[in-house]
Design a protein around this ligand. Structure first.
Ligand code: ADP
Ligand code: MG
Length: 496
């Protein structure tokens, strides 16, 4: 330490601490594991009794991200929130979905059917989006390029904050330095605010929900949040952190329930189909989905029916199907066309800023763009990733695998996919990943996510916020970055 107490160890741009692998194993990993277990940076580990947790996979060091890139992503979030909110209210979305439903009847088609049958009938006019826009930093320009815009069940708002705290703790403890001094200076390590900002978003939607107090059965505060969840969710604690903070900060109670048990525990009131929790007789103000984005989440017809039951209810849905479907990959592709995005973004500067984050995305239909995409992918497949209308990881086809995959598929089904240019991002060599107590040190690629929350109706936005950040890192050798699925890990940012 120097006389001001600041670390003397100046960090060069983009540098990692230079501690040895054996030091990491003997000095850092035990501290990292104990801190994670003690502070809830954990996933479930099933002993059958809910009595065991395991340390979530994380990096050992925070990963360097250009401060400018983060600031740019943060700045754009409210505009992206607003854009997707407007799309969810648009006729254009319905027209696009009509076509998409025809080429993907199994999933988009079924969701769209529920949207027409139930969502449109709900008497609730307030809509609520909890979004996350994901980016990679482009190697050449060092600016952000959008991977995808998520409008349903965005994960890690809880654990993201925790991993930032973990890295700050290890730094303050002197574990990133052989002499025991802090390696990073104040303000260089970013701790995501998502754990409180996403909760704040949910609280503002809850605040707008008006309980039916007319017959004096309930008072204005008699409302809860319903978390619709998967059974045996390995990312349980990320969700519990949201639940605990809702209660601690805002006095809002939550109930967790999988699709299959919803109708046992919840019923409609006679007036406006308010959703009543039978046990407590409280109204559900917000339905918060942490499932329902993947075909596998709808295990039988009753799961689909239950989604419709929730959609038609008076509760505010996070998200309803119009918002969820606005996040379809096909919509993301269409928005890269200036003629489309211009319909929703008036401000030419904002439009330019948003468009600068887009890489080329082709449809694979009979349009001239579509034909161009078809030609390019056969000639230079290594430049592309092929994406179906699915969420949640494990569905994309990468690079050299694309031509063979497409050739096996009847041509009329190609329309259900989009073809996206691979974002050329710099890999980081010097970081380490700890997963299940084991250290690996291959080059990693990091994906930056920015959370956003927006509460709105047809004509008015009542709240629109940046809601924190997430950094996920994966081994460069893996195409996908799913943390829970075992491809990647949670990380935090050293901003330079
Ligand atoms: P999902 O909805 O399954 O999360 P994504 O579009 O986020 O699908 O793709 C999954 C992963 O594939 C991303 O997290 C990223 O690691 C990689 N990926 C997707 N698109 C690109 C791209 N254009 N360039 C490079 N990597 C990509
Ligand atoms: Mg993704």
């Amino acid at each position: 330490m120097n006389i001001t107490g600041a670390a003397t160890n100046k960090v060069q741009h983009g540098e990692f601490p230079s501690v040895s692998k054996s030091f990491i194993e003997s000095e850092i990993i035990p501290e990292l594991q104990q801190w994670s277990l003690c502070n809830g940076l954990v996933l479930t580990s099933n002993d059958g009794n809910g009595n065991v947790a395991k340390v979530a996979p994380t990096t050992v060091f925070p990963t360097p991200i250009p401060r400018k890139a983060f600031e740019q992503a943060k700045l754009l979030q409210k505009s992206f929130n607003q854009l997707y909110a407007q799309i969810s209210n648009s006729e254009w979305l319905v027209e696009e979905l009509e076509q998409l439903a025809a080429v993907d009847p199994e999933f988009t088609g079924k969701l769209f059917k529920l949207f027409k049958e139930y969502t449109l009938k709900s008497k609730q006019t307030t809509k609520f989006g909890i979004f996350r826009s994901d980016y990679l930093v482009d190697r050449k320009s060092q600016s952000i390029k959008q991977v995808e815009f998520n409008t349903v069940s965005v994960s890690f708002p809880g654990l993201s904050s925790k991993v930032g705290e973990l890295h700050s703790f290890l730094n303050a403890m002197g574990k990133y330095d052989n002499k025991g001094d802090p390696f990073y200076q104040a303000g260089e390590l970013h701790v995501s605010e998502s754990i409180v900002f996403v909760v704040r978003g949910i609280a503002s939607a809850m605040n707008l929900y008006q309980v039916d107090t007319s017959n004096k059965v309930r008072e204005q505060d008699d409302k809860i949040v319903l978390f619709v969840v998967e059974e045996n969710e390995s990312n349980l604690y990320d969700q519990k952190l949201i639940e605990y903070n809702l209660l601690k900060i805002y006095g809002i109670n939550s109930v967790r329930c999988p699709f299959k048990d919803i109708k046992t525990h919840f019923e409609y009131s006679t007036e406006n189909k308010r959703l009543i929790h039978k046990t407590t007789n409280r109204e559900v103000g917000v339905v918060y989905y942490r499932t329902g984005y993947d075909l596998a989440d709808y295990i039988d017809t009753s799961a689909w029916e239950t989604r419709g039951f929730l959609e038609e209810s008076y509760a505010i849905k996070a998200p309803d199907l119009s918002i969820q479907l606005a996040g379809a990959k096909k919509i993301q592709q269409s928005l890269t066309r200036e003629s489309i995005i211009s319909k929703y973004v008036d401000d030419s500067i904002v439009k330019k800023q948003l468009m600068e984050t887009f890489v080329k995305i082709y449809p694979l239909d009979d349009s001239s763009e579509g034909l161009k995409g078809q030609k390019l992918v056969m000639e230079t497949p290594e430049n592309y990733v092929l994406k179906p209308q699915r969420e949640g990881g494990g569905h994309n086809v990468y690079k050299k695998d694309i031509p063979e995959f497409l050739n096996k598929l009847p041509k009329e089904q190609w329309k259900a996919y989009i073809l996206m240019e691979i974002i050329d991002t710099a890999s980081r060599k010097e970081n380490y990943i700890v997963r299940d107590g084991k250290l690996s040190s291959e080059p990693i690629i990091s994906e930056l996510g920015i959370y956003g929350t927006i509460v709105f109706d047809k004509n008015h936005i009542s709240k629109n916020d940046y809601s924190g950040s997430l950094l996920r890192s994966k081994l460069m050798t893996s195409n996908e970055g799913g943390v829970v699925a075992g491809y990647g890990c949670i990380d935090s940012m050293y901003l330079f």
